[in-house]
Write a protein that binds this ligand. Structure first.
Ligand code: AMP
Ligand code: MG
Length: 424
């Protein structure tokens, strides 16, 4: 049995970063930029106002105050997107809205609230003149041309993971599309004679196929494109046929059929139709996990060798092993460099035990109280109890060389979610 680290290293060695594609910027969320993004323009293009108010010559406001107003003649009004027609000469002002370019001659902005504009509106006095009620410094409330971006500079570097702010930056420089590393297509095949598709009637002894849905949504969450191959019964012929349907994917994930039971034939097929890189990892849940490459011709007739990750069938095991092995594989294919999931040190509120020297991942509920993290078990830790994953927001790690971690001791907890994002 190999360690989690050895298994992950093996998997990462067998998956490659994918090619570049061009996508509309909005579709690139979560992908990695494959080009530098430069700006053809300066942003903002002109000096403009950060406030609604009056563009003035600051020298005209010297000594102004509520008791010593300075009366200026209003010669124009300008809103964002338009240029003022008149120059601000001594004794004059231009009414101006946020984002509008600063008129010639003006060097500062007086906000509406520092004028008698409101009073004039209430009394119906036309705003042909305005009283300035405060003194402003040159440059007051002016946003300078190029303070965000200068023409020609690189605003985003190749290799950046695209978040909403990067999409905004691309739009701000006028980009409609971006070159990114494409998303992997991840084929997912559930195996088991006992499985029934959702939407179908459950016969006695059968259960619904849930793995396809939990795993497909994990694939989506981490940026891949799930290709659902449905359920295959536990016969070699059926399995081989279905696997062939997944050979045009970038990686194939199966669930179930990798333990030592009579019908656990995934690894046998892997051995016969390709090669097994490893089988069994020193972890709990998730010991029976297989990885290798499968060779064959896809439905389109191409001969391909595709990495196959055989996850255990137990619903908790398949999700936990996905987080630990499939997520980094997807990230690597997408060109990401950082595969770590956020983790915290949490004080255990339950004792966790290790029975056989495997690394234990316990489903826990992590809470922050008085600046410290606490973790308690979700309840029964059987790997068939899928609702425990739904209750959990973290996986507490008990290292393989520790027999137990007692209540009150600190454990490393890999966060599955942050409460802020999922609580209501
Ligand atoms: P296996 O690894 O095939 O022996 O499956 C282990 C356990 O997980 C068995 O109890 C299966 O019934 C269950 N199981 C396997 N695949 C699925 C699935 N797709 N959805 C729900 N449970 C599953
Ligand atoms: Mg099975």
């Amino acid at each position: 049995m190999i360690s989690v680290e050895e298994a992950l290293e093996n998997i990462l060695k067998h998956v490659d970063i994918l090619e570049t594609e061009h996508v509309p910027i909005l579709d690139s969320l979560g992908q990695v930029l494959a080009e530098d993004i430069t700006s053809a323009t300066t942003i903002p293009p002109l000096d403009n106002t950060a406030m609604d108010g009056y563009a003035v010559r600051s020298s005209d406001t010297l000594g102004a105050g509520p008791e010593s107003p300075r009366l200026l003649r209003v010669i124009d009004t300008v809103s964002a997107g338009l240029l003022a027609q008149n120059e601000v000469t001594p004794g004059t002002a231009v009414r101006i809205m946020t984002g509008a370019p600063i008129p010639e001659g003006a060097d500062s902005i007086v906000r509406f609230e520092d004028t008698d504009e409101e009073q004039r509106k209430q009394t119906g006095t036309p705003i042909t003149e305005i009283n300035i009620l405060c003194q402003v410094e040159p440059g007051q409330d002016i946003r300078r041309a190029g303070e965000d971006v200068r023409q020609g500079v690189t605003v985003l570097r190749k290799g950046t993971v695209i978040r909403p702010s990067e999409i905004g930056v691309m739009a701000s420089v006028g980009r409609t599309e971006a070159a990114v590393i494409r998303r992997p297509v991840v084929a997912i095949l559930a195996t088991g004679n006992e499985l029934v598709e959702i939407g179908q009637e459950l016969a006695p002894g059968k259960i619904y196929n849930s793995n396809t849905y939990s795993v497909a949504s994990l694939i989506r969450r981490y940026g891949g494109i799930p290709k659902i191959l449905g359920v295959a019964p536990d016969t070699e012929a059926a399995l081989v046929t279905r696997i062939r349907q997944g050979l045009n994917a970038d990686i194939l994930i199966t669930t179930g059929g990798v333990s030592t039971g009579d019908y656990d034939i995934v690894k046998d097929i892997l051995a016969r139709e390709g090669e097994v890189t490893f089988w069994k990892v020193r972890m709990k849940p998730g010991k029976p996990i297989a990885f290798g490459r499968i060779k064959g011709s896809s439905q389109e007739g191409q001969t391909r060798s595709v990495p196959l990750l055989g996850l255990p069938g137990n619903p908790v095991s398949s999700m936990v092993t996905f987080e630990i092995f499939a997520r980094p594989a997807i990230f690597k294919m997408m060109g990401k460099k950082n595969f770590t999931k956020p983790a915290v040190n949490a004080i255990l509120e339950d004792t966790v035990v290790n029975t056989d020297g495997r690394r234990v991942y316990s489903r826990v509920i992590v809470e922050k109280r008085d600046g410290r993290y606490f973790a308690r078990l979700t309840g029964g830790q059987g790997s068939g109890i899928l609702t425990s994953m739904s209750l959990a927001n973290g996986l507490a790690i008990l290292p393989e060389d520790k027999a137990e971690l007692k209540k009150g001791e600190t454990a490393r907890v890999v966060m599955l979610d942050w409460n802020e994002e999922v609580s209501n």
